[in-house]
Design a protein around this ligand. Structure first.
Ligand SMILES: Cc1cc2nc3c(=O)[nH]c(=O)nc-3n(C[C@H](O)[C@H](O)[C@H](O)COP(=O)(O)OP(=O)(O)OC[C@H]3O[C@@H](n4cnc5c(N)ncnc54)[C@H](O)[C@@H]3O)c2cc1C
Length: 312
């Protein structure tokens, strides 16, 4: 993209910068072409400044968490990527009903869950061993094992494109199944505070161990992937994985992108799959389910970067 070369000088910060950064290094799918400009802030202040300058200079910007819910195109990303994984850390502040745990956006959600356990604080067991950062999980309103992140979310610190830093007190009605208000705003999330209650360590630890084992049995960590490709529509009755499985599509491959043998709603990269192979497989699943059940699957995975028009 034109002029991105001048941006690091305008930002004037000592943070890692690179050009044509392969996004395959930063996604759980291990897929994705180059980003024109890649910046990795180390503090919230750096992130806010970078975001302000990129917006002022009208550089299209993608905010990257742990890259666990995205499919980046083979052509890569035109403009800039702000990698938030350098903003890590948590603090625990006791309250009369438990504690507030404040975590920076790049902290792994699973680490926050472990820290809560160490401190005998309950509420985040369900998210243990799910890949993803605090920022990405709040943005997605990540959900698993019957709970959503919004249930324990108290407030979110975020920055507007102008560089203004704000704190949002969470209103539960603004969050719903895998939806957060950040999906319709242009804010960059700097950190989040969780409201946790005192808990008994032993059952909490057992629950977390069980969840990790369950994910292992479902093959979540066997191959690079991005978790569920489609949302589950409860109104339809069956979870999406079951619908796909019932059509005998487990194990179906396009190139080296395959529907997991263990879970119909997961596509895995069995070697060096391309983004376009994954996308073709997604479309095949959509067509098959629509044809068999008259039901349109809703994608959970986000397509990021520059796609050929005919690809989308
Ligand atoms: C093996 C596996 C299992 C999974 N299981 C589940 C599951 O059970 N439930 C579930 O909900 N998800 C699951 N996922 C998907 C993924 O883990 C979650 O969606 C996670 O919350 C994504 O977080 P991330 O940091 O990787 O976000 P990314 O994939 O990096 O980004 C996702 C979106 O969030 C935005 N974003 C990220 N950080 C910020 C920020 N700081 N400020 C503003 N916007 C930001 C990005 O721009 C993008 O639009 C799974 C993934 C894998 C690989």
């Amino acid at each position: 993209m034109r002029n991105v070369g001048k941006i690091p000088k305008k930002i004037n910060l000592p943070c890692p910068v690179s050009y044509d950064e392969p996004m395959s290094r930063h996604t759980s799918f291990r897929i994705g072409g180059p980003a024109d400009l890649y910046l990795k802030p180390a503090t919230p202040e750096q992130a806010a400044r970078i975001y302000r300058v990129l917006n002022r200079e009208k550089v299209p910007t993608f905010i990257l968490g742990a890259g666990a819910n995205i499919l980046v195109s083979d052509l890569g990303i035109r403009g800039a990527v702000i990698d938030m994984s350098g903003l890590k850390g948590c603090t625990v502040s006791p309250t009369d009903r438990g504690a507030y745990v404040e975590a920076l956006a790049g902290t792994a959600m699973s680490e926050v869950s472990e820290l809560a356990l160490e401190n005998g604080l309950s509420g985040l067991e369900f998210i243990y061993s799910m890949p993803g950062s605090v920022g990405g999980s709040v943005w997605m309103n990540a959900r698993c094992y019957g709970h959503s992140i919004s249930e324990v979310l108290l407030r979110v610190r975020h920055v507007e494109p102008s560089g203004r830093i704000l704190t949002m007190e969470v209103v539960q009605e603004q969050f719903s199944y895998k939806r957060s208000p950040f999906q319709s705003s242009a804010s960059l999330i700097l950190g989040a505070t969780f409201d946790l209650k005192p808990g008994d360590r032993r059952p909490m630890q057992e629950r977390m161990r069980w969840i990790k084992q369950d994910r292992e049995q479902k093959g979540h960590y066997l191959y690079p992937c991005a978790g569920s490709i489609f949302k589950n529509d409860r109104a339809f009755g069956n979870p999406t994985g079951k619908l796909i499985d019932s059509l005998g599509l487990k194990g179906r491959c396009i190139g080296e992108a395959c529907v997991s043998q263990l879970h119909g709603n997961i596509i895995v990269n069995t070697g060096s799959a391309s983004a376009i192979e994954v996308l073709k497989l997604i479309r095949l699943l959509e067509r098959e389910v629509q044809g068999a059940f008259g039901f349109r699957l809703e994608r959970e995975i986000l397509l990021v970067g520059q796609w050929q028009e005919e690809a989308i």
